[in-house]
Write a protein that binds this ligand. Structure first.
Ligand SMILES: C[S@@+](CC[C@H](N)C(=O)[O-])C[C@H]1O[C@@H](n2cnc3c(N)ncnc32)[C@H](O)[C@@H]1O
Length: 259
C-alpha cells in the first residue's frame, strides 16, 4: 500500500510539471555552475526554471527584449538581443547546455541554426530542442468539425506578426538532428520525449486563449470561416466558465549531445 501511495504521489508530481520545468529537467543540469543558453527565450519562463538548478549563467537570447523584470535583475541572467538567423554572438565551445522551445519554426534555416548551436556547445554539451506540434492542438468545443477546420487553417497560415511558421515542427525535430550531422555538426540523440499538458484555463493569460486567438486571426480573412470562428471563441469561454473546457497540444523534445 505504501509503495502504491508513493508511486501515486510521484505520478502526481510528474503530471503537474509544465513544459518549461520539463525542459529544464531534460537539460540535465546535474552539477551547479554550468553555462547555459535559452534561444528564443521570450519572457523567460524556461529561464526561470533553469535558474532553479543553480547555473553559473543563463544567456537569455531573443530578437526582442521581453524578459520579465525579476529575470533582468538576476545577476546570473545575461539578456542578449540576437537574430538567430545569423551567427550566435558567443565564442566557440563555451556552453554546457542550450535549450530552445517553440523557436525554430520561425527560423530561415533551422539546420544551419543547429550547426551554429553545435559550434557554441562544449564537446559533450547538451541541447534540448523542443517544440509544440500545433497540428495536434485539441480544444473542447461545441462543434468538433469547425474546430478541425480551424486548426487546419491555423497550421496552414503564417501569422502576420512572424516571418515564417511551421505548425508541424514538433514531429520534424529528430530529422533536424540528422540533417545537422550531414552538415558536419553531429549530435548523439540521448532522448526523445513527447507529452501533452492539460490546460483548463481560458483567461487572457492562458496558453489556450493565446492559441485560440491565433486560430481566430488565421481565419479572419475568410468569409466562410471568419464569422463562426468568432462564435467558436465565445463558446470556448462559456465552456471554461462551466468547467467543461480542455486544451492540449503535443510537445516534442529531442535531447542531443554534441559529439
Ligand atoms: C513562441 S515564442 C517562444 C518563447 C519561449 N521560448 C517560450 O516558450 O515561452 C518564440 C520566440 O522566438 C523568438 N524568435 C523568433 N525568431 C527569432 C529570430 N530570428 N531571432 C531571435 N529570436 C527569434 C521570438 O521573439 C519569440 O520570443
Amino acid at each position: 500500500m505504501a509503495v502504491r501511495a508513493s508511486r501515486a504521489r510521484r505520478g502526481d508530481r510528474v503530471r503537474s510539471m509544465g513544459r518549461h520545468a520539463r525542459i529544464a529537467q531534460l537539460a540535465r543540469l546535474d552539477e551547479p555552475g554550468l553555462d547555459v543558453a535559452d534561444l528564443g527565450c521570450g519572457s523567460g519562463r524556461t529561464v526561470r526554471q533553469l535558474l532553479a538548478y543553480e547555473p553559473a549563467v543563463v544567456h537569455a537570447i531573443d530578437q526582442v527584449s521581453d524578459l520579465d523584470d525579476d529575470l533582468l535583475h538576476d545577476p546570473r541572467v545575461r539578456s542578449r538581443i540576437v537574430d538567430l538567423d545569423a551567427d550566435l554572438v558567443l565564442p566557440t565551445a563555451t556552453l554546457d547546455r542550450v535549450v530552445s522551445l517553440n523557436t525554430v519554426e520561425h527560423l530561415q534555416d533551422p539546420v544551419a541554426h543547429l550547426v551554429e548551436v553545435h559550434r557554441v556547445l562544449r564537446p559533450g554539451g547538451v541541447l534540448v530542442l523542443a517544440h509544440s506540434d500545433w497540428d495536434t492542438a485539441l480544444f473542447t468545443s461545441n462543434d468538433d468539425e469547425l474546430t478541425r477546420r480551424l486548426v487546419d487553417r491555423f497550421v496552414a497560415t503564417v501569422p502576420t506578426w512572424v516571418d515564417r511558421a511551421d505548425g508541424f515542427m514538433g514531429r520534424k525535430l529528430p530529422a533536424l538532428a540528422d540533417a545537422s550531422a550531414q552538415r558536419g555538426a553531429p549530435f548523439e540523440v540521448v532522448h526523445l520525449d513527447s507529452w501533452a499538458d492539460p490546460h483548463r484555463r481560458f483567461d487572457e493569460r492562458s496558453i489556450a486563449f493565446k492559441v485560440a486567438m491565433g486560430i481566430v486571426a488565421a481565419a479572419a480573412d475568410d468569409d466562410e470561416l471568419g464569422p463562426p470562428a468568432a462564435q467558436w471563441l465565445a463558446d470556448l469561454s462559456t465552456l471554461a466558465d462551466a468547467d467543461q473546457f480542455l486544451f492540449t497540444v503535443t510537445d516534442v523534445a529531442v535531447v542531443l549531445r554534441r559529439r
